[in-house]
Write a protein that binds this ligand. Structure first.
Ligand code: NAD
Ligand code: G6P
Ligand code: MN
Length: 442
C-alpha cells in the first residue's frame, strides 16, 4: 500500500511538534509521503512550520513533501487523513471560560461545566464550517478530530453530518490514564485491553486486562488506594496541575469503588472542593500560556535560529501516538481496539440512542465498529443521562438559537445546579462571547 498523505488542521497548535515527533517514532507502522500543516493564523503557522521543516528534514528522511499553509485547497486536496485540533477564540478565551464560573463560585474548566459550554458554542460554528470546507475539496479523507469540548463538538457534528462515517471524534484522556496503568503494571501500553463506558470526559474503566487475558483491575484499584497515582506520559508527567488531578483518583475510588474513574469526573463528583481550589488569576489557561505555549514557541525560535534541533527536548507522546495508531488502524484495516466516541444506538441499551458515547471499538476501513457494552447500573445511568441532557441542550440551543435551553443546560450541569447562579454565569459568558455567539445576546 502506498504511503499516506497527512494534513494537520490547527498546525499552529501547541501539540503539533509533539505529533510530528510521534509520527517520526511511528513511521514504520504508519509511513507518510506528505505532511501539510494548515492554520488560519499565519504567524503561528509560520513559526511552527519553519521549525517543523527543520525537524522533519533531520528526522524523517523518507518524507517526500512537507508544507505549511493558510490555503485550504493546498491543505485538503490530496490528504488521505486529516487531524483537526483547533481552538476558536484561542487560550485567551479559554481563560475567560475558566474565570467567569469561578467568579460565581463554580468550577472553571476548559471542557466541563459552564466553561465547556461557552467553548462548545464557539467551537461548533468553526468545526461545522471546517468539515464543510474539507468535504467540498476532499470527499474521502479520514477526519480525526481532537477539537474540544469533544463531547459537544462531536454531538453537533453528528447532527450536521450524520452519515459521514469518515469523521471521528477522539480524546486522549483514557489512553493517558492507561499509560499510567501500564507503567504501574510494568506492561507495554499496547498490550493492555480496556473495557470502558461513558461520555467524553465522563466515563469509567470497568476492566483492565492484558491481551493474554490476565485481569489487572483489582490490582490497579489496590495500587491507586495505597499509592500515589501520577501521570507518566511525558507531556503531563511533570505538570503540577495534572499531578493533582491524577491524585484525585484515589478519593474517587475510595468513595465509589466499582470502576476506575476518568480523571475529569473530579469536577462533577467534587464540584465544591474543586471550585475552592481554583485561583482566578492563574487558571489552567494562564498556566498553559506561561508554560506549554511559551515553551513550544521558544523551542521554535531556537530551532529556526540554529537551523537544527540540537539540545531541544521534544519527543513523541501518547497524545500524538494515539491519533497515529488510530489512523493506521483505519487505513490498513487493522481492526485494533481503541476507545472512541460514537452514536450510542444501543451499545448501552439503557442510555439514549442518540447520545455520543465513549466506548471501545474496532477501527478499520469501515470506520468505527463499536463493541457492545450492555446495560449499566443505576448510579452511572443517572449521572450519564443527566450529563447527556446537558450536552444535548447545549447543542439544541446552538441550532435553535434558544437562550432558554442554555439556562436549562447549566441548571442540569452538576457543577452548577442553582438557577440563579446559572443565570448570572450565562449573562457574563454571553457578554464575554458576544463576538462568537451573538445570537444569544439578550
Ligand atoms: P492552540 O490555541 O495552541 O492551537 C490551536 C490552533 O488552531 C491555533 O494555532 C489557531 O490559530 C488554530 N485555529 C483556530 N481556529 C482555526 C480554524 N478555524 N481553522 C484552522 N485553524 C484554526 O490550542 P491547543 O492547546 O494546542 O489545543 C488545540 C485543540 O486541541 C483544542 O481544541 C484543545 O482543546 C484540543 N485538545 C483535545 C484533546 C482531546 O483529548 N480531544 C487533547 C488535547 C487538546
Ligand atoms: C487532556 C484532555 C484534553 C484536554 C487537555 C487539556 O489531554 O483529554 O481534552 O484538552 O487534557 O490539557 P491542558 O494541559 O491544556 O490543560
Ligand atoms: Mn479529551
Amino acid at each position: 500500500m502506498k504511503n499516506s498523505k497527512l494534513t494537520i488542521v490547527g498546525g499552529g497548535s501547541t501539540y503539533t511538534l509533539g505529533i510530528l515527533m510521534s509520527l517520526i517514532e511511528e513511521s514504520n507502522q504508519f509511513p507518510l509521503s506528505q505532511i501539510i500543516l494548515y492554520d488560519t493564523d499565519e504567524s503561528r503557522q509560520e513559526k511552527i512550520g519553519k521549525a517543523s521543516k527543520i525537524l522533519l528534514k533531520e528526522h524523517y528522511s523518507s518524507l517526500e513533501k512537507f508544507d505549511y499553509t493558510t490555503n485550504q485547497a493546498v491543505a485538503f486536496k490530496d490528504a488521505d487523513i486529516i487531524f483537526v485540533q483547533i481552538r476558536t477564540g484561542g487560550l485567551l478565551m479559554r481563560e475567560k471560560d475558566e474565570q467567569i464560573p469561578i467568579k460565581h463560585g463554580v468550577v472553571g474548566q476548559e471542557t466541563c461545566g459552564p466553561g465547556g459550554m461557552a467553548y462548545g458554542l464557539r467551537s461548533i460554528s468553526d468545526m461545522i464550517q471546517l468539515v464543510k470546507d474539507i468535504r467540498s475539496i476532499n470527499k474521502d479523507a479520514w477526519i480525526l478530530n481532537y477539537t474540544n469540548p469533544a463531547a459537544i463538538v462531536g454531538l453537533a457534528l453528528d447532527k450536521a453530518f450524520p452519515d459521514d462515517y469518515k469523521l471521528l471524534n477522539i480524546c486522549d484522556m483514557p489512553i493517558a490514564i492507561m499509560k499510567t496503568y501500564a507503567d504501574i503494571l510494568n506492561e507495554d501500553i499496547w498490550n493492555l485491553d480496556a473495557d470502558y463506558f461513558g461520555l467524553n470526559h465522563f466515563g469509567w474503566f470497568t476492566k483492565i486486562k492484558n491481551k493474554t487475558g490476565h485481569d489487572y483491575t483489582s490490582e490497579l484499584k489496590n495500587y491507586i488506594r495505597n499509592n500515589e497515582f501520577n501521570p507518566t506520559d511525558k507531556l503531563i508527567a511533570n505538570d503540577p496541575s495534572w499531578q493533582s488531578t491524577f491524585k484525585q483518583a484515589k478519593q474517587m475510588l475510595e468513595d465509589f469503588d466499582e470502576y476506575l474513574p476518568n480523571t475529569y469526573l473530579q469536577y462533577y463528583l467534587y464540584p465544591n472542593e474543586l471550585s475552592r481550589k481554583e485561583n482566578i488569576n492563574n487558571t489552567r489557561a494562564r498556566q498553559v500560556i506561561n508554560g506549554r505555549e511559551r515553551n513550544v514557541f521558544e523551542d521554535c525560535d531556537t530551532i529556526i535560529k540554529q537551523n537544527n534541533t540540537n539540545n531541544i527536548d521534544i519527543s513523541g507522546d501518547i497524545h500524538g501516538i494515539y491519533m497515529i495508531r488510530i489512523a493506521a488502524s483505519l487505513i490498513y484495516h487493522l481492526r485494533e481496539k481503541f476507545i472512541v466516541m460514537t452514536r450510542n444506538n444501543g451499545i448501552i441499551p439503557n442510555l439514549p440512542k442518540d447520545a455520543l458515547v465513549e466506548i471501545p471499538a474496532l477501527i478499520g476501513k469501515y470506520g468505527i465498529e463499536p463493541l457492545q457494552v450492555g446495560e449499566i447500573p443505576t448510579f452511572y445511568k443517572g449521572l450519564l443521562e443527566n450529563q447527556y441532557a446537558y450536552e444535548k441542550l447545549v447543542v439544541e440551543a446552538y441550532f435553535e438559537n434558544d437562550y432558554n435551553k442554555l439556562l436549562q443546560a447549566l441548571v442540569l450541569n452538576r457543577t452548577v445546579v442553582d438557577t440563579n447562579k446559572a443565570k448570572g454565569i450565562l449573562k457574563d459568558l454571553s457578554d464575554a462571547n458576544r463576538e462568537y455567539w451573538p445570537q444569544f445576546l439578550e
